[in-house]
Design a protein around this ligand. Structure first.
Ligand SMILES: [Zn+2]
Length: 576
């Protein structure tokens, strides 16, 4: 029927043709925005006043005068009244479903919560939870047990409830704290051996003390009842609205949930996405000595790709975190402690040889790989794997990412640019904070401070991407505190004093490039978003301040007034 109408309309005599919508004509815009200070991220026209949008894309970019010609009777004209606007933010490392599930369905307390705060909050949650049901929650700070010497972490939770199995995560998401009811259900007791790559922390008698590191925490993955798909969809929508309200128009789910591609695919089918979404296909967490199942990864990619959902990504986990848990793999030993002695350098889940085989094959199959490597030794091993893929496949096309490559041995730094490897950084941590304090207790202050060599990487010609990593370590996905911190290297929230490795500070324009184009590149969408240019999607945000004119210390307080995704305003958030 559609085809018939369009054919009939070729005849100017046919009466119905005059009702052809004006916007379908090629010289009329759906929307124009005028009188703005629009920072485009394009080298040839950094600042423009106005843009014209049709079918979700920019059809013109320039001065108010240039844009007037696109106005028709049906064009919506938005006067920005001198406001600052820029391309939408792309958060290239975030866990939106996990974050939404935590917010909507778990017992939340802040990273800085004291034992008293946690006890009070858990008591509220247990009162609202039927007996026998699991209570999940978090997140306690990475240095919590160093800071607060609880006589027994296990008994602390048992006092709160023996009727509810309790499972709490720390702020890194890698480690857990449970009560006796939870241990009982999981069948973990004095006789249980530590799993590969994990530790069941014990008291002086050898009994589990309630703290579980790395793979020991994963023992509960198949035991705690799963969140339903409907809950996960609600969780993603919640996170998406929060992200939109902060000006995020693109995000990459950094893996962690097997079902992320499924959920995103379903939401896009229902036309509910108001951002570009990419999802990493998850691979098994923890130690593994067999190669990945490449056929099933390829099948997953073709099954879940939709116009707004991109699944050309795979996440691999190489190690843990450089906190007192000492689970990141370092080149030099951690500070000595009773449990690990003075030669402990952490561990890696995968042997270098196996990782190289996986990376070579996934690279050959066209995937971009995100490798979790939090220590300088695991970062080196990840670079070795990327180098092996470069040699085996003869191309540097795929921009593989090393997530949390915060500690980089100086000898390895130039390899990022040489290998076209991308450092996946969390600028939300580029400043003194409780997590940095916790890292100092494991690495020492002098070494601990040499975290996130941003300036050096940019100067070496390497690409960087930024991600909030929410819900790990940060209370929300607010990118503005991260942008501020990458410039000031101080705590935007003013809770921790000092400046972290000030020589590594970058400029505001460099930070904005990382958050817009850097993220677009990570989503493989640099041709269609990340800057304001004709032919790209109109993913544009309007702020209450001009970021290039204010003191950097005010960037973190920015408010996003409007977020446009593909030329349409996203719903205003009312939930955060
Ligand atoms: Zn992460």
């Amino acid at each position: 029927m559609k085809r018939l109408l369009s054919l009939l309309c070729l005849s100017p005599l046919f009466a119905g043709c005059s009702s052809l919508p004006e916007t379908a004509q090629s010289n009329i815009a759906d929307t124009i925005l005028i009188n703005g200070q629009i920072y485009t991220m394009e080298a040839d026209a950094t600042w423009v006043e106005a843009v014209a949008i049709r079918d979700g894309k920019y059809i013109d970019v320039g001065s108010n005068n240039d844009i007037q010609k696109w106005v028709g009777s049906s064009t919506e004209v938005i006067n920005l009244d001198g406001a600052f606007a820029m391309p939408g933010i792309n958060d290239a490392h975030i866990h939106p479903i996990m974050g939404g599930v935590k917010t909507l369905f778990e017992c939340n307390f802040s990273f800085t919560a004291t034992p008293e705060d946690i006890a009070r909050r858990l008591a509220e949650c247990t009162n609202a939870t039927p007996q026998g049901e699991w209570l999940r929650g978090g997140q306690f700070g990475s240095g919590f047990f160093e800071k607060h010497s609880l006589e027994s972490p296990l008994r602390f939770l048992d006092v709160i409830s023996t009727e509810h199995p309790i499972f709490l995560n720390d702020d890194s998401g890698h480690n857990a704290w449970v009560n006796s009811a939870a241990l009982k259900i999981a069948g973990i007791n004095k006789e249980t051996e530590n799993p590969d790559g994990g530790t069941i922390v014990r008291d002086e008698n050898g009994n589990p003390n309630g703290v579980l590191l790395e793979n020991a925490a994963r023992l509960f993955d198949s035991i705690i009842p799963e969140v339903t798909q409907e809950q996960m969809k609600a969780a993603f929508l919640h996170s998406m609205r929060m992200a939109n309200s902060y000006g995020i128009t693109g995000l990459k789910d950094a893996g962690g949930l097997e079902s992320a591609p499924v959920i995103l695919h379903a939401l896009d089918q229902e036309n509910l996405l108001t951002l570009h979404a990419a999802a990493c296909i998850r691979t098994p967490y923890g130690s593994r000595d067999t190669l990945l199942d490449y056929d099933s990864i390829v099948a997953e990619r073709s099954k879940y790709q939709t116009p707004n959902v991109h699944v050309n990504f795979v996440k691999l986990f190489l190690d843990g975190v450089p906190t007192p848990a000492r689970t990141a793999a370092m080149v030099h030993p951690y500070l000595p402690d009773e449990k690990h002695g003075d030669k402990y350098t952490g561990f890696m889940h995968l042997k270098s040889e196996l990782l190289q085989k996986d990376v070579i094959e996934l690279d050959r199959l066209g995937f971009t790989i995100k490798i979790h490597a939090a220590g300088d030794n695991s970062t080196r091993t990840a670079l070795d794997a990327i180098e092996a893929a470069r040699i085996a496949n003869g191309t540097k096309l795929r921009r593989h990412e090393i997530a949390h490559a915060g500690y980089i041995d100086p000898a390895d730094l130039p390899r990022f640019a040489e290998l076209n490897a991308v450092a996946d950084f969390s600028p939300y941590l580029w400043h003194p904070s409780p997590i940095i304090e916790a890292i100092y207790t494991a690495l020492g202050e002098e070494r601990g401070e040499k975290y996130w060599p941003t300036r050096d990487l940019l100067d070496s010609g390497a690409h960087i991407l930024a991600g909030s990593d929410w819900p790990a370590a940060v209370p929300d996905a607010n990118p503005w505190v991260g942008i501020e911190a990458s410039v000031t290297r101080a705590d935007p929230r003013g809770l921790s004093e000092g400046i972290l490795w000030p020589e590594q500070a970058i400029s505001v324009s460099e930070a904005l490039e990382i958050y817009t184009m850097g993220g677009a590149r990570a989503l493989l969408l640099e041709e269609v978003t990340g800057s304001v240019a004709v032919g790209k999607f109109a993913d544009l945000i309007v702020l209450d301040r001009n970021l290039l004119e204010i003191p950097p210390y005010d960037i973190g307080d920015s408010t996003v007034l409007h977020t446009f995704f593909k030329g349409k305003k996203t719903p205003t958030n009312t939930t955060n």
